[in-house]
Design a protein around this ligand. Structure first.
Ligand code: 4NP
Length: 158
């Protein structure tokens, strides 16, 4: 069972890997470092249409405003090996979750979790901000900061 194993690696996943999951990677990496938690962290997208690109400028701006730097991150797609290589695979929304479970081998499916299950909030998903305005990107950042705190507490308890 996953609960018996110490978590040492986390992969954050959204659709495009240019808005939500790189934000989660950057926020979680900074918080983990500040709290002395050593974990391998990466992010990826279920779709490949932005491979090689830096995070969306609007995500970078929302992150910069709260002291996070996403500028060095590069978009990639989820690959088969990710399900072996990471202890936790964190989906931003239900659609990402379904896409991941379709690709994930049966015996590894309990690694795949919905991000906002690690925090008590009225939202169940981190909403896709891509076709919306600045407020949507700020909401994403806010939800990700809270869920990262919850995930860090969870990992510390493993
Ligand atoms: P993300 O947002 O999944 O949070 O990276 C999106 C990025 C790009 C697209 C959709 C969502 N797109 O359709 O290109």
């Amino acid at each position: 069972m996953l609960e018996d194993k110490k978590i040492t690696s986390v992969l954050f996943v959204c659709l495009g890997n240019i808005c939500r999951s790189p934000t989660a990677e950057g926020v979680f990496a900074k918080k983990a470092m500040e709290q002395g938690l050593r974990v391998k962290i990466d992010s990826a997208g279920t779709a490949g249409f932005h491979e090689g690109a830096a995070p969306d400028k609007r995500s970078q701006q929302a992150a910069n405003a709260k002291g996070y730097d996403l500028s060095k991150l590069e978009c990639r797609r989820v690959v088969e090996r990710d399900f072996q290589d990471f202890d936790l695979i964190i989906a931003m929304d239900d659609s990402n979750m379904r896409d991941l479970l379709k690709k994930c081998p049966e015996e590894l499916q309990d690694k795949v979790r919905l991000f906002l299950t690690f925090v008590d909030t009225e939202f169940s998903e981190v909403p896709d901000p891509y076709y919306g305005g600045k407020r949507g990107f700020e909401l994403v950042l806010d939800l990700i900061e809270k869920a990262s705190d919850g995930l860090i507490s969870y990992i510390k308890a493993t």
